[in-house]
Design a protein around this ligand. Sequence first.
Ligand code: M6R
Length: 606
Amino acid sequence: MCGIIGYTGNEDVREVLLDALELLEYRGYDSAGIAMEEEDAQETTVCKCAGRVRDLRQICTAEKSRRGCGIGHTRWATHGGVSDANAHPHRVGRVTLVHNGIIENYRELIRDYELEGALHSETDSEVAAALLDRFYDGEPVEALKQTVSKLKGTFALVVMFSDHRGVIYSTRNVSPIVATVSKQGGMLASDLTALCRFTSRYFVVPEYHVLELREDSVKLTDFDGKTVEPEYLKVDWELNSSGKNGYPFYMEKEIMEQPEAIIRTIENRVKGGMPDFSMDGVPDSLFTDCERICIIACGTAMHAGLVAQALVKSILHMHIEVEMASEFMYSDPVIDSGTLVIAVSQSGETIDTLEAVKYAKRRGARCLSVINVKGSSIARESDYVIYTNAGPEIAVASTKAYTTQLAVFYLIVARMAHSRGIFSAEETQSFIRELQRTPEVMEKVLKNRRDIHLMAKKVLGAKDLFMIGRGLDHSILLEGSLKLKEVSYIHSEAYASGELKHGPIALITADTPVVAAVTQDKLMSKELSNIREVASRGADVAVFIKESLAKGLEGEFALFALPDMRNEFMVMPASVALQLLAYYVSSDKGFDVDKPRNLAKVVTVE
Ligand code: M6R
């Protein structure tokens, strides 16, 4: 969703801002803009437009290059359509502002402070600019505090005051801002991707504090006026790991990176063949003292939770629920001090998951999070964090984040099974050995990706499609189906194959291809019957099947053989295959695979 950048320093400010906005493009956006201090006057120039950063670059060329101070924004429309006027920055009087989040009470503010005449857009953000200008009498920090005291909702505000040259101000609630000072100057952003080029040191601006960023210093004060030392953290992502590395799309690159990513996830968490979370500081008591588990997450991360649910039930025989984070607080969840809440998130910033974690903690639960982005909001809010170490994931469609989340869940389940006396040491080690085989098994699938490309041709022209399977196969397909619909715009439904006869089979025709997964030995014969039911109604079926189960079926269906693993682990090769299927359909259709329409990588509004 919206991206923010701010820069004050010696380099050409226009270029720094535009380059950084390009790095933030992956978050998903529909318009972009920058504001820069004018060279000789206490004025600010604003350039903004609906469209891409490359469109913005074109309209900014008239601006003189200069060192100095500026802010930039990529907007994902929430309040007001996609238009030049609604793009940020918004300038009202001496205030120029960009905003992430939602100001829920913007209508009341317009009414109560009679701001209508100051507004030129339909956005809630411009209301914050107008209110700030109303309160501003030359003291930025006081005006910001006063403004924030009137705002309801989530916000990261980044502001320039035309009479305070060279300084960028910021304050926030929930929506994150990270900042740094390096030899090139002071920089802040909505996420680390934009800062990586400058430095590996950064700090997170705490909520309800005011940041004053200058080219060579930062000042952080709380709302009582007390100075606070920024807590610097280190990014351990290599700068070049966020490039495309020769691939046409990040999605393909990130799919291909999965074997390495899994190795990074597990290598330091296996000691003497046993799962070990000492590097994460996660005590065994977290796993032995809980009576039930509740997983909260959204989208792909929630699908990882569904696989974990199947493992917990079959191996640990424990009560477990997987909750959509966006529904969690409104569903009267059964959460107390006996509940281990596991929050799963790639970005660590998904607002629904973040709010759900806060809620669960208020109810006395202990919260462990499984996160990719270091130091992110959910990580900071949780009692314990296990980082997936997938490296930067830029494509909107999540791939390596998902399989590394699964790898963490295999480790957790094995550790729990052993610490709760369910697995012997030998059983635990054998389970972990299978996990360690995952990278080599994934490599085999990746090597045969041409065959998946051929399968993709089968579904290319479809408007609607079904994915069918039972048990773990159904969980795998929920994720495969999400992947396909988000990047290819094909309407795809993952259905438990036994349920098909209770309604949806009415939709099966020769124009409705079916993708099936058959990876679980004990479910195979029932799954095959369900596949034959759709085939006999004309559906063209593509089957992703465990290699050892494929014998004798070669002539009957189009098959892709998945290398054999223990049943619980078949989700790993199957997921890679389904990710590739979605990728090839999208790229063959000529879509912008990494930036599907309407979607954002980081979902920071409820
Ligand atoms: O950053 P998170 O893992 O919390 O994001 C959750 C979902 O928004 C995300 O998985 C989304 O569903 C992806 N676009 C799926 O590919």
